[in-house]
Design a protein around this ligand. Structure first.
Ligand code: GDP
Ligand code: IMO
Ligand code: MG
Length: 427
């Protein structure tokens, strides 16, 4: 039995969906523990591509129980659509459960997300899915939980309370007409009726699986540098994607997590605003974007691309307590003559080996690069470590040494079989 937290080590889109799906073949349960449908996790099986936003990436593996944990903010409309599209693709959701404690994303959250963005001094470039405003209500203790959708009277009361806060804000600050209870009530009670069979105390299910000695994967969304505490604040999301968020978001204790795997791209990308020291605004950046198909899974926005930043990943190793790495999208670098890895930052003549908290300092940091030779051959057909070109292995070994964490998995393509295990992870 093992309980594994799987986290993004950069700014999201590291390939968490693919690695979760691959590991789900050997796991009995996959739990999403934070975020919402700001996430876009891609799973490729044969010629079929699944884009998952809320439902755990274990859903494609028959027999794997999938749980949307209490730490997730759930847009029930999106959840219903996602379930329907999985059914249309022949994927069963019979083993899908949603925590009764998970917070609900309401129409006013989506509206506020857009309006707040236009009101900020510095835009964040959010996904406009209502994620931040839903977490605000959770912490303000006026949020509505999934269980409330199944109790019409209580839902009505809570909706009235929320609207008494939200409508004056929408109308007086943002000049928005606001929402009437009638336009929300029936729609959301209907979601409650449709989803009721899967709404339950999921923490009991996770505990029962643990008691039985099953393998459990805790699937993070976003990434370390988007973490509300440890990311490049304020250009972050509103939850804790880091491993520390996995226990409260799934409803287990921190001592019950055995391994923490960091999913890391062989280079760096970022969607949305905020500092990015190794960003490439040149032909190499464009080449990486095209080869890696670096366009947002959720919003379709082009992702900003740059060299691997070992300072950041070293930081992710530390704040997540990573026990191993899954390196993804390595094949995207196949054609490059040389590869750069940022090993430190230079700030006003000084070498920094740690990520500064102050974004003003980070903005002024210039990367100190080590240059490695490219391997200049396709690697997507490699199925074992020894089959990778010497230059590819040298690159991986350099990264592992720089960040101080062993590599357990290497991904050389989006498909399941394009995966090399250096360590079985789940025995
Ligand atoms: P996530 O949000 O961390 O799950 O990542 P996304 O799904 O948003 O983005 C990762 C993209 O890279 C998806 O299109 C995947 O299908 C794709 N992908 C994952 N691993 C690999 C890989 O090793 N090589 C290539 N070429 N693509 C990959
Ligand atoms: P996955 O799980 C990449 C980014 C947004 C924005 C910031 C805040 O697919 O890796 P939010 O809507 O969360 O308030 O936006 O966070 N962001 C992501 N970037 N991958 C994601 O998820 C992201 N989820 C949010 O672009 O910069
Ligand atoms: Mg994504």
């Amino acid at each position: 039995m093992t309980v594994i937290a799987l986290v993004g080590t950069q700014w999201g889109d590291e390939g968490k969906g693919k690695i979760t799906d691959v590991l789900a073949a050997r796991a009995d349960m996959v739990v999403r523990y934070q975020g919402g449908n700001n996430a876009g996790h891609t799973v490729v099986v044969g010629d079929q591509t699944y884009k998952l936003h809320l439902i755990p990436s274990g859903i494609i593996s028959p027999g794997t129980t999938c749980i949307i944990g209490n730490g997730v903010v759930v847009d029930p409309k999106v959840l219903c659509t996602e379930i329907e599209s999985l059914h249309a693709a022949g994927v069963s959701t019979a083993n899908l459960y949603v925590s009764e404690r998970a917070q609900v994303i309401m129409p006013y959250h989506r509206a506020l997300d857009k309006l707040e963005e236009d009101h900020r001094l510095l835009r964040i470039g959010t996904t406009a899915r209502g994620i931040g405003p839903a977490y605000v209500d959770k912490y303000m203790r006026i949020g509505i939980r999934m269980i409330d959708l199944t109790c019409p009277e209580r839902f009505e009361r809570l909706l009235d309370q929320a609207l008494a806060f939200k409508n004056p804000l929408l109308q007086k600050v943002y000049g928005h007409p606001g929402f009437s209870r009638e336009e929300i009530l029936e729609e959301y009670l209907e979601y409650g009726r449709v989803l009721a069979p899967m709404i339950t105390d999921t923490s009991l299910l996770v505990d029962a699986a643990r008691e039985k000695g099953l393998n459990i994967l805790l699937e993070g969304a976003q990434g370390t540098l988007l973490d509300i505490d440890h990311g490049t604040y304020p250009f972050v999301t509103s939850s804790n994607p880091t491993a520390g968020g996995a226990a409260p978001g799934a409803g287990i204790g921190p001592t019950q997590i055995d391994q923490v795997i960091g999913v890391v791209k062989a280079y760096t990308t970022r969607v949305g605003e905020g500092p990015f020291p190794t960003e490439l605004k040149d032909a190499t950046g464009d080449l990486i974007r095209e080869r890696g198909r670096e366009y947002g899974t959720t919003t379709g926005r082009p992702r900003r691309c740059g060299w691997f930043d070992a300072v950041m990943v070293r930081y992710a190793v530390r704040v997540n307590g990573l026990t191993g790495l899954a390196v993804t999208l390595l094949d995207v670098l196949d054609e490059l003559d040389e590869l750069k890895v940022c090993v430190a930052y230079e700030y006003r003549g000084e070498r920094l080996h740690h990520l500064p908290s102050d974004l003003e300092i980070l903005k002024e940091c210039t990367p100190v690069y080590a240059t490695l030779a490219g391997w200049k051959e396709p690697i997507s057909a490699a199925r074992e470590y020894g089959a990778l070109p010497e230059g590819t292995r040298a690159y991986l070994e350099f990264i592992a040494e720089q960040v101080g964490c062993p590599i357990q998995i290497v991904s050389v393509g989006p498909r399941r079989d394009q995966t090399i295990f250096l360590d079985p992870v789940i025995k």
